[in-house]
Unconditional design. Structure first.
Length: 269
């Protein structure tokens, strides 16, 4: 697994280089997809780099990518192992040039993300996770082991929110926590903040797709955290006909401070 993660890391960096070539241009080649979400030349370039490299290194493992062809569930339901890829997560952040976009590559086995790389090329930051633990690397520095935060006691809850997709339900949950700090962040970096102990909770009470979360989910798991749906069941991958995730919560641990009010916030109580 360590060798596999090293290969995924190298592929993510190659994709990041392709993204940065477009990022620094005046014309980023922005188009609009059928769902009104933006698509750039960088999305397509990174997709080609990743898919070609994965096919060469792991020819027997199929790839599910945001920018790839739509694959019927009847076909992919037979995949016990697959790579789940978002070549450029945070396209709005890319267009706004705030650096908060990532390359995400995850290996999923039996519905669980067992290895993942989240690379933020503009920030020079990479998060990695597998069965051996989680780490963060900044630039050329050696990787640093990361772990989720400890108990919340005597300090405010640190809650991560989406920069581009704010949610009234998230604010309601923050209000239920009492003293809390809300931090905005783009892309899958939100999950990574929980993984490295810089935040305690990331409630995503809004739409996402499996490729948005799989790689960072692997990092959170490796760092000792949890990613669960609103019924507190683990988030799984390639287990449903839809590629959309249910609403979910990323946390350092299951804590009554947020699990208790969650049904009330969601109108289930």
């Amino acid at each position: 697994m360590a060798e596999l993660l090293e290969t995924l890391d190298a592929i993510a960096h190659r994709a990041g280089e392709a993204i940065l070539e477009v990022y620094h241009r005046d014309d980023q080649g922005v188009e609009t997809k059928a769902d009104d979400s933006p698509l750039t030349e960088a999305d397509r370039a990174a997709h080609r780099v990743i898919v070609d490299a994965l096919a060469e290194a792991f020819p027997d493992i199929p790839v599910l990518s945001e920018e790839g062809a739509e694959i019927p569930y009847a076909e992919r339901s037979h995949w016990s192992r697959l790579f789940v890829v978002d070549p450029l997560d945070g396209t709005k952040e890319f267009i706004n040039r705030n650096g908060e976009f990532t390359v995400n590559i995850a290996l999923v086995e039996a519905g669980e993300p067992v290895a993942g790389v989240v690379h933020a090329p503009a920030l020079g930051r990479t998060y990695l996770g597998d069965g051996n633990g989680a780490s963060r690397r900044d630039g050329a520095r050696p990787p640093m082991a990361i772990r989720v935060a400890g108990e919340v006691a005597g300090r405010p809850w640190r809650v991560v929110g989406s920069r581009s997709h704010p949610s009234p339900e998230v604010q309601a949950l923050v209000d239920e926590l009492g003293e809390a700090e809300l931090v905005s962040m783009g892309s899958s970096l939100k999950l990574c903040l929980v993984a490295e102990g810089a935040a305690d909770l990331y409630p995503r009470l809004g739409p996402t797709s499996e490729w948005d979360t799989a790689a960072a989910h692997a990092v959170v798991r490796a760092a000792g955290g949890v990613v669960v749906d609103t019924d507190l069941q683990p988030l799984t991958y390639n287990r449903r006909e839809t590629i959309l995730n249910p609403w979910f919560i990323v946390a350092s641990r299951l804590d009554p401070a947020w699990t208790g009010p969650l049904p009330r916030v969601l109108g289930k109580a």
